[in-house]
Design a protein around this ligand. Structure first.
Ligand code: ZN
Length: 142
C-alpha cells in the first residue's frame, strides 16, 4: 500500500525538523491547519513509520562537542543516519564502577544502546555480569 503525503503532511514534517519539541498547537498555528488535523496526521505518519522518533537537538557548543557525521553508518535499509561521534567531552560515568571517565571511554555497543566505561577491563567485567541481558538485547534487535 502506498500513501502519498500531501502538503499538510509535508508542512508538519518540515515544522518538526526545525524543532521536534513543538506542540501540535504550535504546529497548527504555524501551518494554519486545525490542531486535531495536525494530531491525526502526526499519528498517521508515526504509524506509517515515516516519523521514526523525535530526537533532541543538542547545543553542541554548550556540550563542548564537535558534531561529526558518521557517513559510514549506513543502515541496511539504505538510509544514511546521522550519528554523533562517540568521542564526546561530556562528563560521563563508568557504567560499571561509576567513576568519572577522564579520557576516551571504552564503549560497548548493543544495537542502538551504548554503555560507557572508564577502561577496557570495566567493559569486560560489565559484559560478564550482564551477559544474559546483553544477549537478550542483541536478539531482540534481529
Ligand atoms: Zn570503570
Amino acid at each position: 500500500m502506498s500513501f502519498p503525503l500531501d502538503e499538510t503532511d509535508i508542512a508538519i514534517l518540515e515544522s518538526l525538523i526545525q524543532d521536534g519539541r513543538k506542540s501540535f498547537r504550535q504546529i497548527s498555528r504555524e501551518i494554519k491547519v486545525s490542531t486535531p488535523t495536525v494530531q491525526i496526521r502526526y499519528d498517521r505518519m508515526i504509524n506509517m513509520g515515516i516519523i521514526k522518533s523525535i530526537s533532541p537537538i543538542l547545543d553542541m557548543k554548550k556540550l563542548g562537542m564537535k558534531l561529526d557525521l558518521d557517513k559510514t553508518n549506513i543502515k541496511s535499509q539504505g538510509t544514511a543516519t546521522k550519528k554523533l561521534n562517540s568521542n564526546l567531552h561530556v562528563k560521563i560515568k563508568c557504567d560499571y564502577c561509576n567513576r568519572k571517565i577522564a579520557e576516551k571511554p571504552s564503549i560497548l555497543k548493543m544495537a542502538n544502546i551504548q554503555r560507557f566505561f572508564c577502561c577496557p577491563s570495566c567493559k569486560v567485567l560489565f559484559q560478564d555480569k550482564y551477559q544474559r541481558r546483553i544477549k537478550a538485547i542483541m536478539n531482540s534487535q534481529k
